[in-house]
Design a binder for this molecule. Sequence first.
Ligand SMILES: *Cc1c(COP(=O)(O)O)cnc(C)c1O
Length: 360
Amino acid sequence: MTRIHNFSAGPSTLPVEVLEETREELVDYRGAGMSLVEMSHRGPHYDAVHSEALALACEVFEVPEDFAPLALQGGATLQFSMLAANLLAAGGVGAYAITGTWARKAVEDAARHGEVMTVWDGSSDQYRRAPRTDELAVEPGTRYLHICTNETIEGVRYTQWPDVGVPLVGDVSSEFMSRPVPWELFDLVYGGVQKNLAAPGMALVFVRRAALEGLEPAVGSYLRYDVHLAANSLHNTPPVFSVWVLGKVLRWMRDRGGLAAMESAAAERAGLLYGAIDGSDGWYRCPVEPSSRSLTNVVFRLPTPELEDRFVAEAERAGLSGLKGHRSVGGCRASLYNAMPLDGVEALVGFMEAFREANG
Ligand SMILES: *Cc1c(COP(=O)(O)O)cnc(C)c1O
């Protein structure tokens, strides 16, 4: 078996132990004579998988009791609409801080479901940093402030959580469970699972139960949080495969020390790579201000676009995959999620040094 180092932003690398265990169980699930993905989602096998995955999600992510976990299809993108359709159902304004591509998409979709307001926009500065709390002019009574805690494409992350006196709603897709969340500041935390947590196919949402009380969103049943909450995310056929893999990844995380261990491993990986970038006499450059640098999506530039193309192609041949920056911004990007071993980053740093020597 040849496994290469996968730096793709998403879908992305998963622990090999999880893939092997899934393969072992795929055809005949625990003696049932059929696969988990072939059997009823109302039967005892899936029921156990589903309950365990949701319980583990709350355990590993250290989610307080007053939040409910929901496993929903449509990825993080559907949440852009769904959170606004639900949280703004009784009126009110959703405030948005635009730190990059994903925050911008979130406000564009939300505007179709309620009143929104942009309170900060980093586009004029090429999205090089996250705002400080004192730059966010959020009126008291605003229903929520939406933030993308880590911009996957621009590599920008909030290192300080904004505390603006209204509840936060956070898209954590690309740093899901590699960092603890100050739950007291939030009404809702969500993300697609394919970046840091599981096989593609769903979003995980953690919503403060009290935030849903008395709401009557004028949308179909699938788009209502209260419907999924009442049905324990079994309102309709759930994304069985994603939930199954999620449970395995969460067990893998828990057995390795949980959130604290994931957070320190993320800091170690990112520290190694930023160290190589900063130590290259400006040959490699990170456009993001040091105070806002992502630990999971490290973006960097080389002296010319031609060198960047050659870098990505030669890295690929050396077994370092997925280093091309997003097509909208160019450059290079290494995504370093929970399942990326440190030796993957060491291999990348070694390659970067050799490439610079050969081309510098
Ligand atoms: C990838 C990503 C999304 C979109 O996720 P989908 O699950 O594909 O809809 C949204 N927000 C962030 C921060 C992302 O990284």
